[in-house]
Design a protein around this ligand. Sequence first.
Ligand code: DAH
Length: 339
Amino acid sequence: MKADLIAQLQGLEEEGTVAVQEAPPESLEGLRVELLGRKGRLTGILRHVVQLAPEDRPVVGAEANRVKQALSELLDARAAEAGPAEALGPLEDLTLPGRRRWRGGLHPVTQTVNEICDIFRDLGFSRVSGPEAETLDYNFTKLNIPLDHPAADMHDTFFLNEGVVLRTHTSPVQARTMERCAPPVRVVVPGMCYRRDAWDASHAPAFEQIEGLAVDEGISFVDFRATIDEFVRRFFGPATRTRFRPSYFPFTEPSAEVDVSCQICGGSGCSACKGTGWMEIMGAGMVHPKVFANVGYDPERYTGFAFGMGPARITMLRHRIPDIRLLYENDMRFLEQFA
Ligand code: DAH
């Protein structure tokens, strides 16, 4: 019995060796299954091991392992020779379902930025940009923020070189635009800004802003309000109300913060608006005469308004996103909801 099994194993080795050597590459996998698979010929022989005397079993087992190893190495060697594609056997399986291609999409904040800029384009504003590495002069001084003034501390600034910072807001592009263009001017400026804020649910150290600026002869507070009201109705919907609250910015006088009626409760008060019925969407105001003087515009002749808003915050209000970090972690499970 023992000798018989050993002879069968050796027979399998010889036959198998010839078969593997002669097989075309595409039938190698089939041959592996036939010889060494769970229901293959080697397993068939080993089924009889249980009938052996206990002391004979290890001998036959060792021979079986040797044969298996030899054939397996030979199969690997032939498969490697044939190259990876053929080693896998025929590649076309017409019953496989089609593969879904991965489709990219715009980030939810980019979608908000584009929608806001498109609305202002319809109102006559061009879209421009400015540098993210900015001088202290443009980031603060030209905007009527003296460097030793507490307003400069409002921005926790990243310094790059002597006198050069990562801009803390998009407002410096107001000054750059006015120095470059004679009035009338109407621009919106989307871009990244940087502040040394720690990450938390409502702060990111790098974030988007959209600046707006309109300057001409005879622009009044009424034009300012009408423009912002029109933007709010188009962006948030015709039923949305707008409220201007007095505020302070060094580069505008008067200054305001603009609130819209809460997008969640419609104004009756809920947890999202902390019971006030309002949500803040931007800082704004009439351009300060000193800013005009700093960029070479005649403050006696020209007036204008400016505003600055955070599209990440607006995206959060709009989609009820509870934590700003979700917008910057690039988790596909989150982002795919906005594709
Ligand atoms: N630059 C301000 C900030 O970063 C936002 C701002 C407020 C911009 C009022 C303006 C404005 O143009 O008029 O907080």
